[in-house]
Design a protein around this ligand. Structure first.
Ligand SMILES: NC(=O)C1=CN([C@@H]2O[C@H](COP(=O)(O)OP(=O)(O)OC[C@H]3O[C@@H](n4cnc5c(N)ncnc54)[C@H](OP(=O)(O)O)[C@@H]3O)[C@@H](O)[C@H]2O)C=CC1
Ligand SMILES: CC(C)(CO)C(=O)C(=O)O
Length: 336
């Protein structure tokens, strides 16, 4: 049995597709979603027209439902990982596989600390999922699942669901590459725009390029491998992001192939009045840089602006305004 623990957007989408394809799935999450799914069932769709439907998903608020799981998919936000792991520790069998499908670098490590008897695997999901209400979860961008390999992963269930697992011995390069993309979450949330509209504007991309440069320096200093981003060696990313709009839009056709309204999960968090994961994205770059005697002023300023937005601050920065703000932060940093 597969247990999706912390079933919100990603959990209901992935678990919904697995269950719709015949896998035995139980969802653990909050009462508001349990009520919604009782009334409407669960529908998981994607931008290519895939539609999976589960009339009566098994959705419960009881952590004990994880006790029978062979595989737990952990899909809480990064700030909720330690609490979820504490709950799981009370119920899991020692041989359970726990696969983190979260963004950020440190969730598997936190899970291993709390669940020393479980086998914890790193995972990464590349697509963006929006919760439309009425039990509908929609992947508005492309992108599959990359996971740390294990012989007991139920690979056939994921194949049947149309979500094949891209399996790796070590997931570090995929995680760092995903973190580079997640540095855009702050830019996207502060722009107030859908991803495609934001990424189509050079000034916003230049903001992201500043954040990416700092991240590449920090990863390099930490000796962390970085995978390709949208098929491109990560070191080329800042230059590509800085291309004029017309050239970028042509060069990045694949990256921009997404629903026109798809947004980042950080935008979702701000919209829902929830704390964001910015400390695990841009904040992580700051922490990693500091550990190696570097600074990351653009990421620090983006994190500060997102925290201000959590408290009701601006979420309508134009590209030139945001770029000026980040350049000021970088200039202040250079002056010491
Ligand atoms: N959304 C997206 O498009 C993408 C998200 N990701 C990553 O996937 C992860 C999950 O994101 P997402 O699905 O958007 O998050 P959501 O907030 O939509 O879902 C997480 C759910 O887990 C619930 N939850 C938190 N703690 C517990 C707990 N202890 N027990 C039961 N339920 C709990 C939350 O409830 P409550 O809010 O009440 O705490 C929430 O309903 C994040 O790391 C995110 O960065 C990756 C790719 C894309
Ligand atoms: C898919 C992507 C990269 C979109 O920004 C994401 O991971 C998120 O929304 O958190």
């Amino acid at each position: 049995m597969i247990c999706v623990y912390g079933a919100g957007s990603i959990g209901c989408y992935v678990g919904g597709r697995l269950a719709a394809a015949g896998a035995d799935v139980v969802f653990v999450g909050r009462e508001r979603l349990a009520a919604e799914l009782r009334e409407h069932g669960l529908t998981a769709t994607d931008l290519h027209g895939h539609r999976g439907r589960v009339e009566r998903p098994r959705y419960t608020t009881d952590p004990a439902a994880a006790a029978d799981a062979d595989l737990v998919l952990l899909t809480v936000k990064s700030g909720a990982t330690a609490q979820a792991a504490t709950e799981l520790a009370l119920h899991l069998r020692p041989d359970t596989l726990v696969l983190s499908l979260q963004n950020g670098l440190r969730n598997p490590e936190i899970l291993r600390q709390h669940l020393p008897e479980a086998t914890v695997l790193a995972g990464m999901i590349a697509c963006n999922v929006v919760h439309f209400g009425e039990g509908r979860f929609h992947a508005g961008t492309d992108g599959g699942l990359q996971v740390q390999d294990h012989p007991r992963l139920p690979v056939a269930d994921f194949d049947r669901a149309g979500l094949p697992l891209d399996r790796h011995r070590d997931l570090t390069a995929a995680q760092t590459a995903k973190l580079l993309l997640n540095l855009n979450n702050a830019v996207n949330a502060l722009s107030g725009l859908p991803l495609r509209a934001e990424l189509s504007q050079r000034a916003y991309r230049r903001c992201l390029a500043l954040a990416v440069r700092e991240a590449l320096a920090a990863f390099g200093a930490a000796g962390l491998a970085v995978g390709k981003v949208a098929g491109l060696p990560a070191r080329l990313l800042p230059a590509v992001l800085g291309l004029p709009d017309a050239v970028y839009v042509r060069a990045a056709r694949r990256t921009l192939s997404m629903d026109e309204w798809a947004r980042s999960s950080t935008w979702d968090d701000l919209e829902a009045g929830r704390a964001t994961e910015v400390d695990h994205f841009n904040g992580e770059i700051g922490a990693l840089a500091a550990e190696h005697g570097l600074t990351a002023p653009a990421n620090a300023r983006l994190a500060a602006l997102v925290h201000a937005a959590e408290d009701g601050g601006r979420r309508d920065w134009t590209g030139p305004e945001l770029l000026a703000e980040l350049r000021t932060a970088c200039a202040e940093d250079r002056r010491g």
